[in-house]
Design a protein around this ligand. Structure first.
Ligand code: BTN
Length: 237
């Protein structure tokens, strides 16, 4: 499968979408993005030194089953970073790869999933992966950290990308239940008191489990457990 490499793009998500018209499965990598996107419509700062890439795949799964792709991707990235650096990276719901320093959660990487589907059939999925590797984090991103800042050394980005791709090839063969199980074992959110921020309002409760459909089971105070499908998650204690 092809790898497209660019010095600078608006967003690797956009480039992948264009290339989807002529190519089947591929990876788009850029040194820098001028209009990087994060989850929930937020911008994603992508200066030189990080890993900014989008993997386009055409899995034969339905739209309902597609939630597994973000779990699969964040698990692959988390494990690759552990394998390469020997540091204990964890997952934070829904799909952040984080590191714990002095009881503070610092985000190292994030995943953005975009789908094209006809009715319930997926045409393609673009898995966007952003990893802060050798790049400087802006001071107005206090919850972010790069591998360089964490370890005081530079890291070979090709080694990391190869490790991630190896993990993808492995986990594409693995059943969703098994992926979720492994994901949960590395997840810091479960068992914690969390605040979920959504457009329709905030919810505070205990994060209990990940449901079979990918939702977060949240036990809000004095209420029955509810399923949360998206939103911002803040760990309270
Ligand atoms: C998040 O909000 O945590 C997701 C961040 C995803 C960033 C990556 S970088 C490569 C790809 N291109 C983008 O514009 N965004 C994703």
């Amino acid at each position: 499968n092809k790898v497209y490499y660019f010095r600078s793009v608006s967003s690797t998500m956009e480039v992948a979408k264009k290339l989807a018209e002529q190519e089947k499965n591929f990876l788009v990598i850029a040194e820098k993005q001028t209009a990087g996107r994060g989850r929930l419509g937020r911008p994603w700062i992508s200066n030189e030194g990080g890993i900014w890439m989008s993997l386009l795949i055409r899995p034969s799964i339905s739209l309902r089953e597609s939630f597994i792709l973000t779990y699969l991707a964040s698990l692959c990235v988390c494990k690759a970073l552990r394998q390469i650096t020997s540091l204990s990276f964890y997952l934070k719901w829904p799909n952040d790869i984080v590191f714990l320093t002095n009881d503070e959660i610092k985000k190292v990487a994030g995943i953005l999933l975009e789908l094209k589907a006809e009715v319930d059939k997926i045409d393609y999925a673009i898995i966007g992966i952003g990893i802060n590797v050798n790049n400087q984090i802006n001071s107005f991103e206090p919850t972010g950290i790069s591998l360089k800042e964490l370890t005081n050394r530079l890291w070979n980005r090709t080694d990391i990308i190869i490790e991630i791709m190896k993990n993808f090839y492995h986990y594409f063969q693995v059943k969703p239940e098994e992926i979720l199980n492994e994901w949960k074992q590395l997840c810091l959110t479960l068992g914690k008191k969390v605040k979920i921020i959504r457009p329709q309002g905030e919810l505070i409760g205990k994060a209990l489990d990940i449901a079979e459909d990918g939702a977060l089971w949240l036990e809000a105070e004095n209420q029955r457990a509810v399923k949360i499908y998206s939103g911002d998650c803040i760990h309270l204690r």
